[in-house]
Design a protein around this ligand. Structure first.
Ligand code: HEC
Length: 293
């Protein structure tokens, strides 16, 4: 028979060992890892939703209003497919007005990365590692920073910030997204973004990928989650109801809808997701302004 004393000390040892292992372990996390093997850009989507074929040849999509329309990420709402004027056009005008006011002496353009004032292709330089801000940033974060330097307040996520973003993006229309995530801080950010995108969280234990990879093209309470490929070329967007919405604001909305605590606009994790999704949009043409539901 085991002496009670031996039993007690064995129990104490076991408890101590357990406590030590808990202290050393990473917090428990679950991931949806399906998408990890896919490379960024058009190539990667071949093994996923293979939507790029529809961009190149829209006649391949039999009925634009049918069940397959999600395959274009609602791109048929963009020009030239859709000439309807919408809130995004008004935002573009507002953006131009603000931009011109800020850009006296070309200071704003220079700060944004266009020293000669030529905005063509400027949108494609974002997201990037920013030497002044000492971190990876999206274009809207840099707009806030540069406006601030010139004494104006254009808060990231606000209507006016998004308006300036749209105005600048229009100069890159039709040009393919091409960010390099093969090295340096953008590679690190891409990898972090991929992880966060696949991380399950919140009271329903959902990751972005639970919907945008696993439920893609399926009916989710009347909505259809679109592919995460080719989805970053049209931001900020006019949401048909009444809102000019930046990408990070959209992230807060998806977080709220899926029972996850939203993060700060411009936070590192949201920026990392932006980098990840931007790389997945490599090869897809830019379009601003845009309109979505
Ligand atoms: C519960 C399912 C669900 C989760 C989880 C979810 N989303 Fe969404 N998301 C949707 C639906 C539905 C839409 C609207 C349909 C569409 O455009 O894809 C949407 C829209 C979007 C859009 C806008 C697409 C567009 O062009 O208008 C982006 C970007 C996006 N989600 C990113 C994310 C990110 C990043 C996460 C994680 C932080 C996330 N979503 C989590 C369901 C989800």
């Amino acid at each position: 028979m085991t002496k009670p004393q031996t039993l007690l000390s064995a129990l104490a040892c076991a408890l101590l060992g357990y406590a030590a292992s808990v202290a050393a372990a990473e917090p428990y996390r679950e991931y949806v890892w399906d998408a990890t093997s896919n490379p960024p850009g058009v190539e990667g989507d071949k093994g996923h939703t293979d939507t790029y074929q529809y961009w190149k040849d829209r006649s391949k999509l039999p009925a634009m209003n049918g069940a397959d329309e999600w395959k274009l990420n609602w791109k048929f709402r963009d020009r030239p497919g859709n000439d309807q004027l919408h809130g995004g056009d008004l935002a573009q005008e507002r953006g131009e007005e603000l931009y011109k006011k800020l850009n006296a002496g070309n200071a704003f353009a220079a700060c944004m990365g266009a020293p000669d004032g030529n905005l063509k292709g400027l949108r494609l330089k974002y997201p990037r590692y920013d030497e002044d801000m000492k971190k990876v940033v999206g274009m809207e974060a840099r707009i806030e920073y540069c406006a601030g330097k010139l004494g104006s307040k254009l808060v990231n996520g606000s209507y006016d910030n998004s308006a300036v973003s749209i105005y600048i993006a229009t100069f890159s229309n039709g040009m393919p997204m091409a960010i390099d995530v093969s090295q340096g801080p953008l590679k690190d950010s891409f990898e972090r973004g991929r992880k966060v995108f696949n991380l399950k969280a919140g009271r329903m234990n959902l990751a972005c990928a639970s919907c945008h990879v696993q439920m893609v093209g399926k009916n989710l309470r009347g909505q259809t989650p679109t592919t995460h490929y080719g989805d970053l070329t049209h931001w900020p967007t006019w949401r048909g109801k009444d809102e000019l919405q930046s990408l990070h604001v959209r992230f807060t909305e998806c977080d709220k809808n899926s029972g996850v605590q939203p993060l700060q606009i411009g936070s590192q994790s949201y920026t990392d997701i932006e980098v990840y999704l931007s790389a997945l949009s490599n090869g897809y043409p830019m379009q601003a302004p845009s309109m979505r539901d």
